[in-house]
Unconditional design. Sequence first.
Length: 161
Amino acid sequence: TLRRLPDMLFVVDINTEDLAVMEANKLRIPIIAMVDTNSNPDLVEYVIPSNDDAIRAVKLIVSVIANAVEEGMRIREVDMADTGQVSKAELAEMEQYLGPSTLAKLKATVEDFDSYEEDDSGELENATDDSDDSDDEYDDFEYDDEEDKAVVAYSDDDDDE
């Protein structure tokens, strides 16, 4: 149950969720939405032009939004603890409402951040040099010399998730 009105609303398909969009507009709640060519972008304050029918597009956009929300929550908690607005005990109480997978993601992000340190110029560098200098993120790309263009190799494994 909602205890208060949300500060913002994220909608994947504004045609399907037209009632929520209409109520948010009446209450002047800003909306972030994936907007397709069959939707009216005037109903949305922050438009994400995308195909709201494609599962891959929805998964990508939703994961980026979810990661941004988690990062914002972490930053807010740290700021609140630093300024004394909330105690460490209250932060621990807030964490009980987060699921185990969310807590694992947060811990992994903190560990990743801790593995970097600033050098003398203020630049961040990786403190644990465990990189193997391979471009794993580009393994799906091939270059076709005859056609003189890049080819992306998609696997069907990605669709099962």
